[in-house]
Design a protein around this ligand. Structure first.
Ligand SMILES: *[C@@H]1O[C@H](CO)[C@@H](O)[C@H](O)[C@H]1NC(C)=O
Ligand SMILES: *[C@@H]1O[C@H](CO)[C@@H](O)[C@H](O)[C@H]1NC(C)=O
Ligand SMILES: *[C@@H]1O[C@H](CO)[C@@H](O)[C@H](O)[C@H]1NC(C)=O
Ligand SMILES: *[C@@H]1O[C@H](CO)[C@@H](O)[C@H](O)[C@H]1NC(C)=O
Length: 312
């Protein structure tokens, strides 16, 4: 038996033996990444705490963790993309995990060559504790950097007050995208893949686009959103109701003021037209005696004058 075969056999035996009690879990076993983006491969592991060596429990400690591409077991001299024992790992592959339970790997600036199945391997201070889950995570690198906008609402014409979420997605990934949002060509502050528009107003109407933050060439087709005031059969929101009530109150007040003005003007006009009678009345209201006297005196004076003048 060749040395290589022997090693492989041993590896398989360790793999099978170790399968009891130790696990490596990949929350998803396949993903898709756009070239140039960052993809995270979540992973958790539970190492074997100890093993029985002829009735004697030998404690185990993880001393090495690694990730390989396209290799079933990732053992021995297999090249790895990350190796905790190596000092010259490619910085594109960042091990976000630890030596205890977390084996998450992040791949930055995804390249075409990353289209592969990645597997995590833990190595303990005794081969009993070595383990690889052959399932792995398969990464598919999509060269098409097509970015699309998906709306939470089927309708592009939305009513005031409605809430809508726009999702900036690439053909293959719905998560982990770092994007830039634009409304009518102007950059928005949101950087996450979902843009929540709460309680729509006319100001939210416009053409939305998004692009990968690192690659503006990925700009999506515009998504035209129209807020139609009162177009929807939905109940108008509270502010609308308040506004309508305010308008009604103002209208009522104006009506009352107008009525008062009309009445007042009418009275005033009446007074004006009745001025002469009023004056007569006022004249007649003066004590008749005085008036009489006055008249008399005037008359006397007038008479006195007139005759005098006449006389003269
Ligand atoms: C291997 O990974 C798959 C996917 O995460 C998981 O369902 C399975 O339980 C794992 N097996 C072991 C032995 O860890
Ligand atoms: C990896 O490093 C650990 C300690 O950091 C050491 O115990 C182990 O022997 C090394 N393994 C290899 C294959 O170099
Ligand atoms: C593993 O570590 C990464 C990076 O620190 C973290 O984002 C992730 O939540 C961790 N996973 C678990 C299961 O703790
Ligand atoms: C949005 O784009 C459409 C055509 O795609 C155009 O008719 C419309 O005027 C644009 N709206 C704004 C607010 O720029």
């Amino acid at each position: 038996m060749a040395v290589w075969d022997k090693n492989l056999l041993w590896s398989f035996m360790f793999l099978l033996a170790g399968a009891v009690g130790q696990t490596v879990i990949y929350p998803f076993t396949s993903t898709c990444a756009v070239r140039g983006s960052t993809v995270t491969l979540p992973c958790t592991f539970t190492p074997l705490k100890s093993f029985s060596d002829g009735g004697r429990e030998v404690p185990l400690k993880i001393v090495r963790v690694r990730w390989c591409q396209n290799h079933e077991i990732c053992q021995g001299s297999t090249p790895s993309v990350f190796d905790s024992n190596s000092t010259n790992n490619d910085p594109r592959y960042q091990y976000l995990g630890d030596m205890k339970t977390n084996c998450t790997l992040q791949i930055r600036d995804v390249q075409q060559g990353d289209s592969a199945t990645f597997r995590f391997r833990m190595e303990a201070d005794h081969p009993e504790g070595h383990f690889t889950n052959t399932t792995g995570v398969t990464v598919r690198v999509d060269d098409s950097t097509k970015i699309i906008i998906i709306s939470s609402s089927d309708d592009k014409k939305l009513s005031r007050g409605e809430t809508v979420t726009l999702l900036c997605a690439s053909v293959c990934t719905f998560h982990q995208l770092e994007v830039t949002w634009f409304k009518d060509g102007h950059g928005l502050s949101e950087t996450g893949p979902s843009l929540h528009l709460y309680s729509l107003t006319a100001e939210d109407s416009g053409n939305y686009t998004c692009a990968l933050k690192k690659n503006m060439k990925t700009l999506s087709e515009p998504y035209s959103l129209q807020e139609e005031a009162g177009a929807g059969g939905n109940l108008p929101p509270i502010p609308g109701v308040v506004f309508v009530v305010l308008l009604a109150v103002i209208a009522l007040i104006l009506f009352i003021i107008k009525s008062i003005l009309v009445t007042f003007t009418a009275t005033f006009k009446n007074k004006k037209t009745n001025r002469k009678p009023a004056e007569l009345w006022r004249t007649s209201a003066t004590p008749p005696s005085t008036s009489h006297r006055k008249n008399r005196r005037a008359g006397t004076w007038a008479r006195a004058r007139t005759p005098s003048s006449t006389r003269q």
